[in-house]
Design a protein around this ligand. Structure first.
Ligand code: NI
Length: 392
């Protein structure tokens, strides 16, 4: 990409827009999966370095943290995620993925390009910044490990407020949404193994049927949300995979089920594994088979701070963006790990489009790139001013 002096980028909105579109397309064309974002990181490093933006020296294999400001005063962080998904792209776009089986199908290329734009805008005003801004380019959001890696790297030390973004195809282009409290859900994964005794399909009495047991377990798991949890709470239990048997006339001695549990309530989240265990052990005992639960915890709910969620909304309104209060979402987001340690808010910006996240035809409207960059630059500066005010 040709290097252009930063000032001419900032002075000319059309030029900055073109640059961010170019960045987004370059990232889109070469998607990399979680923890494999080596080329993406190298590109970011070269773009940031060319703009004289310093990069923190942290023990990270992929991803990076840029810093703008004099290093004194309060520190505010803004975060983009940079990884892609194992999906074969079907958009037919001229800049579609050239890597078979990999695609930016969640719009993290949009997040990355927008935050790079925010970094450019902040760098242009570095001398006047009332503190320090760290711009996080986080790896491995899709696997839920990247936020923890950045936290463990020490790159978040001293940060007083943090903000993150996800594009939202259900919101009109450039409109803004967030909410106080839980925005995305706690996301856990489970695997249930059922071990019995195989038999001839004609003589089930000679074995212990794992298929019928699996069917009973799948049905009964639905009672966790519908009968064991207060109706007003958000909870979804989904079995998404069944593996068992390999032919028509043999009852298998082994079935494996996999699925996910999502809720915004930490108390419910803590009790669901016990409820699953109780159900599977009870049904297994009745059938004379063994059932075992393997619980794989993911990120908790992202719980937005009330002050910063309102602040983020007011900042959007000041920039003339349409704002709305979002309903809690059942998707997951490892930004939650930052919000467990640092107050802040996770927000959505509308990118339009006919297809949802993780769809092979997913796309974003690039018209939202510059407004998103401008929004996060403004949010970071305003948050620093707010942190410096005596009333804070
Ligand atoms: Ni995503």
């Amino acid at each position: 990409m040709p290097q252009t002096p930063l000032t001419s980028l900032i002075d000319n909105e059309q030029y900055l827009t073109e640059r961010l579109v170019q960045v987004r397309r370059e990232l889109h064309q070469e998607p990399e999966l979680s923890n494999e974002e080596f080329r993406t990181t190298a590109k970011l490093r070269s773009w940031l370095t060319a703009a004289n933006i310093r990069i923190l020296d942290l023990p990270l294999a992929t991803g990076l943290i840029a810093e703008i400001g004099n290093g004194r005063g309060s520190i505010v962080a803004i975060r983009a995620d940079i990884d892609a998904l194992p999906i074969e792209e079907e958009t037919g776009l001229p800049f579609a993925s050239v890597i078979p089986g990999k695609m930016h199908a969640c719009g993290h290329d949009f997040h990355t390009a927008s935050m790079l734009g925010a970094a450019y805008l902040l760098k242009a005003r570095e001398a006047e910044l009332p503190g320090t801004v760290r711009v996080l380019f986080q790896p491995a959001e899709e696997t839920g490990h990247g936020a923890k890696a950045l936290l463990e790297s020490g790159g978040l030390s001293g940060v007083s407020a943090i903000f993150g973004i996800h594009n939202n195809p259900d919101l009109s282009v450039c409109s803004f949404g967030t909410r106080s409290g839980a925005l995305t859900a706690g996301v856990d994964r489970f695997i249930i193994t059922i071990r019995g005794k195989g038999a001839h399909a004609a003589q089930p009495e000679r074995g212990q049927d794992t298929i019928v047991t699996a069917a009973q377990i799948i049905t009964s798991l639905q009672t966790i949300a519908s009968r064991l949890t207060r109706a007003s709470e958000s909870l979804v239990v989904s079995v998404t995979r069944i593996n068992g048997g390999n032919t028509w006339n043999v009852l298998p001695g082994f079935v494996e089920l996999e699925g996910t549990v999502r809720t915004h309530n930490e108390t419910i989240r803590a009790v669901v594994p016990q409820q699953i265990t109780q159900i599977i052990e009870g049904i297994a005992a009745a059938a004379g088979v063994q059932a075992e639960l393997n619980w794989i915890p993911g990120p908790p709910a992202t719980v937005n701070d009330e002050y910063w969620a309102e602040f983020a909304t007011e900042t959007a309104a000041k920039l003339g963006l349409e704002t709305q209060n979002l309903e809690p979402q059942m998707g997951g987001e490892d930004f939650a790990f930052y919000l467990q340690q640092i107050r802040g808010a996770f927000v959505n910006i509308g990118t339009g489009g006919a297809f949802g996240h993780h769809h092979p035809q997913f796309d974003v409207d690039e018209a939202a790139l510059l407004p998103t960059a401008q929004y996060f630059a403004k949010l970071a500066v305003s948050a620093l001013e707010s942190l410096n005010s005596p009333s804070f």
